[in-house]
Design a protein around this ligand. Structure first.
Ligand code: SF4
Ligand code: SF4
Length: 308
């Protein structure tokens, strides 16, 4: 059986990851029309991922926190807007969208710091993260956050540990209204379309499914009652991976190839000029061991020993 954590993409790597195999893409469906703003999903996320509480303050909103952070990976945003002369609360569960074409991964210069599994989940590997913040610039949804304490970047990982064990993400497990559902992506898309159709029949003429194609679609799918007002939910209307990110990758690859080329040419020139070199003591063992000057041990003299 295919490993559910087979890799699909790896940051700063041009070679295809090993073991890409037939794994069913998964998705989280968030039907905004069913969300009552209880914030149970926020608590479940903190609890499962062992994220500490953070101080909150009143900034004139019912939100628990003003923004996502390195320790708050999901947040119910309360947008108070006027639509058709009526004040409305457009609530939105904010978190990583798990883009099919992740701008964060494309922008990351550190090998293996960001991976995309074959099931579509995009995950950060803090051990390989160098804290440069390029992923933050590359994300069209403004999701990853840099920790001032660890110097690493964090975001929702769609409870990859639970999913790989056949469980749903903690937020989906806890949601009391069924606003968050989880399963195979094609099923979730089908359910999303059905929900949007029902909303239309209930008078929400512009109800729509949000899984923008500018990032190749997403593995977090919204059903929005006001699909014509995505920006009022705080979502980008047409998110794209910036061309600068792809250009940056091209430049990195070119520089990498140039550095390798210069290294190879330098090694060849050194060999042609000086020939192979010998370590101290090789004369005693008959000159059988051939090493380069780089391989010499300290205290064995500063000059490479010529074979002759
Ligand atoms: S939403 Fe941002 S952080 Fe999440 S996968 Fe997409 S680009 Fe990466
Ligand atoms: S748990 Fe469900 S209903 Fe409660 S805030 Fe989260 S999405 Fe909304």
């Amino acid at each position: 059986m295919a490993n559910v954590l087979s890799l699909k993409r790896v940051s700063a790597s041009s070679s295809p990851p090993p073991g890409v195999s037939e794994v069913q893409p998964v998705a989280k469906l968030i039907d905004v029309s069913r969300c009552i703003g209880c914030k149970g999903c926020e608590v479940a996320c903190k609890e499962w991922n062992d994220l500490p509480p953070e101080p909150t303050h009143n900034f004139g909103s019912y939100q628990s926190h003003e923004d996502l952070s390195a320790q708050t990976w999901t947040l119910i945003r309360f947008h108070e807007v006027e639509i058709d002369g009526r004040l409305q609360w457009l609530m939105l569960k904010d978190q990583c969208m798990h883009c099919e074409d992740p701008g964060c991964l494309a922008a990351c210069p550190s090998p293996g710091a960001i991976v995309q599994y074959a099931n579509g989940i995009v995950d950060f590997n803090q051990d390989a993260c160098i804290g440069c913040g390029y992923c933050i610039t590359g994300c069209p949804f403004d999701v990853p956050r840099l920790s001032a304490t660890t110097g690493k970047v964090y975001k929702c990982n769609l409870c990859v540990d639970r999913v790989s064990a056949g469980l749903e993400p903690a937020c989906a497990k806890t949601c009391p209204t069924g606003a968050i559902q989880f399963g195979p992506k094609d099923q979730m898309l089908e359910r999303a379309r059905t929900s949007a159709e029902r909303l239309k029949q209930r008078g929400y003429a512009n109800a729509a499914v949000y899984s923008p194609q500018g990032v190749g679609g997403t593995h977090v799918i919204y059903v929005l009652p006001h699909g014509d007002a995505v920006e009022q939910y705080g979502l980008p209307k047409d998110p794209q991976v910036s061309p600068a990110v792809h250009a940056w990758k091209g430049i990195l690859k070119t520089i990498g190839s140039m550095v390798m080329g210069v290294g190879l040419v330098g090694t060849a020139l050194h060999y042609l000029t000086y020939g192979p070199t010998w370590a101290e003591g090789d004369k005693e063992d008959g000159g059988r061991r051939e090493v380069t000057s780089v391989g010499r041990q300290s205290g064995q003299g500063d000059q490479p020993h010529r074979k002759d």
